[in-house]
Design a protein around this ligand. Structure first.
Ligand code: PGA
Length: 234
């Protein structure tokens, strides 16, 4: 036990997360650093394909991403929190307030798509494909932030993680469209390669993050409520 405490006094912890988790990972890391002040932490944010590549190269101690069983590598995965994907439009878009909008209507809109390698892009492309539809892609952008700016600039609509709106939801410039089949329910998992023993620090962080998942869910609920003030929401 004493040895355990010693192991947590000083050390390094590297966390690699997909872009949608960057809206919450700093909060968890901040609380973790407060509880264990001697530990140096680093956070690497990249898209799904890059995070999986980092995991294959053992570049970090632990990862946060979704659908851990579809990556073709044996991993250990612990459920962390929901990651709902929603359709976002500028607040003055004519479809804001409409109910149960069919996906067929969405493809008539100009669409902003994430870069190749993005998990959200893969999910969206699969979803439209399953319906025999293709989004009317106006532009591709490599970040959720850039996409939010592009939506506000009137360049089109997009699909984003609800988490990506947690600081903007109250600002009133973006709205969630009520589209049939949405939100798409994705989830975040804490992941590491199977058979690779976690350090004491990584194990402690894992338990700490799971304990803090209630904060993630509360923030998500607040973001949802703020976005839904103007009409029917998914
Ligand atoms: P992305 O990851 O940043 O690669 O789109 C998000 C996700 O997979 O849900």
């Amino acid at each position: 036990r004493l040895a355990d405490l010693k192991g947590l006094k000083r050390g390094r912890f590297r966390l690699g997360v997909i872009t949608t988790a960057k809206y919450f990972a700093p909060e968890i890391l901040g609380a973790f650093c407060e509880a264990y002040p001697g530990i140096d932490v680093s956070l690497k944010v990249s898209n799904r394909h890059r995070v999986i590549e980092r995991m294959s190269n053992h570049e970090d101690d632990l990862y946060i991403f979704g659908e851990p069983d579809t990556i073709g590598l044996p991993v250990e995965a612990t459920y962390l929190a929901p990651n709902p994907l929603i359709i976002v439009a500028r607040a003055d878009h004519p479809l804001v307030g409409a109910s149960n909008i069919p996906l067929e209507r969405i493809v008539q809109e100009r669409f902003i798509l994430r870069e190749p390698g993005s998990g959200v892009r893969d999910t969206i492309t699969r979803l439209f494909g399953e319906h025999g539809l293709k989004p009317n892609v106006r532009m591709e952008l490599g970040s959720n932030e850039a996409i939010k700016h592009a939506i506000i600039a009137g360049l089109g609509i997009s699909i984003l993680s609800l988490h990506s709106l947690n600081l903007d939801a109250g600002a009133g410039r973006l709205s969630m469209l009520n589209v049939a089949g949405f939100p798409i329910q994705r989830d975040w998992y804490l992941v590491h390669p199977k058979g690779r023993e976690l350090s004491l620090i990584a194990r402690t962080f894992l338990a700490f993050a799971v304990e803090h998942q209630v904060n993630i869910q509360e923030t998500l609920a607040r973001t949802h409520a703020a976005l839904c003030q103007s009409g029917p929401c998914n």
